[in-house]
Design a protein around this ligand. Structure first.
Ligand SMILES: [Zn+2]
Length: 304
């Protein structure tokens, strides 16, 4: 079993493991010590309680920023992107973890913004229309309602709505398009979903207001000449993890490429961030943050 706050569903075969120092830091928090082996009373690490009292919290990497989250009995899909290639040129750089047909019935779809690698209308046309959809602006909401979804909410930063027992709070983001990041809270745990935001000062306030269990952070550092950086790079994501005061980071937004070889090289040069670099940046900062890099189709199960 992985030490600390979670385990993988498919063993330890993620693209990158946990940064070495974090592994040492969390090694005293094994499941046995948390449960209190043989009735021994143990001191719970901050924010943790006995396993078994809460519903499953599980994060599965479908691909890029498309993550399947199970929390408090609900199935949540973030930033759906399944169509390959999209616009005839943009494609996943690794195979996606599951097809639309393999997904369970989705209760909530969370969309950070309207860019095609986060809001795939063809995919949305095939998902469960009775799902609640949350978007950051009304144009996208109108397009999604036209597909037959009846419960579509537009949330501005710091607005929240309940979905069954969960509370979804929209939060600021910094990107080219109108975008929100989100915190999903439920079952005494909270998940931060970072879409593809740049680093921003608001992260500190978000970290003050929420007790974040796990943060899904973009980190490919996508940038273009004359435009600059559009997405957090590994150093930004490490800093974001510290500001958010999260205990676990799952890197997202690094499964994207182009179909045309020459353009692919240029694009990949402009989006060099990898989980390995994020692990190194976290190690440099010497904080109690674990990184769990998932391969497409692989899951992380929270043990807090
Ligand atoms: Zn974007």
């Amino acid at each position: 079993m992985t030490a600390g706050a979670g385990k993988r569903d498919k063993g330890e075969k993620g693209t990158q493991g946990i940064a070495g120092h974090e592994s040492r830091i969390t090694s005293s928090l094994t499941a046995a010590s948390v449960i209190g082996e043989k009735g021994r009373r143990v001191q719970m690490p901050k924010g943790q309680s006995k396993p078994g009292k809460k519903a499953l919290m599980k994060v599965t990497d479908v691909g890029h920023s498309t993550m399947l989250i199970e929390l408090a009995g609900l199935k949540i899909l973030t930033d759906p992107w399944f169509t390959d290639p999209i616009l005839g040129i943009v494609t996943h750089s690794r195979e996606i973890g599951m097809s639309i047909d393999e997904l369970p019935e989705i209760d909530l779809i969370l969309i950070s913004h309207s860019h095609f690698d986060h809001c795939d209308m063809k995919a949305l046309a095939r998902l469960n229309r009775s799902a609640v959809v949350i978007v950051p602006e009304s144009k996208t909401a109108t397009r999604i309602r036209r597909l037959g979804y009846s419960d579509v909410s537009v949330l501005s930063p710091w607005e929240a709505r309940k979905v069954s027992t969960l509370r979804v709070t929209a939060l600021p983001a910094d990107h080219l398009a109108p975008e929100c990041t989100y915190v999903i809270s439920g079952d005494e745990r909270a998940l931060f979903f970072g879409g593809d935001t740049r680093y921003m000062r608001d992260l500190r306030e978000i970290g003050e207001k929420f007790d974040i269990t796990v943060a899904l952070l973009p980190m490919n550092g996508l940038s273009f000449p004359f435009v600059g950086k559009l997405v957090m790079d590994p150093a930004d994501a490490a800093e974001a993890a510290i500001q958010l005061k999260t205990r676990t980071v799952i890197p997202i937004h690094y499964n994207i490429s182009l179909t045309i070889p020459l353009l692919r090289q240029l694009f990949e040069r402009g989006a060099p961030g990898s989980p390995k670099q994020l692990a190194a940046e976290l190690k440099k900062r010497n904080r109690h943050v674990r990184m769990v890099a998932l391969s497409p189709g692989e899951s992380w199960v929270c043990e807090q």
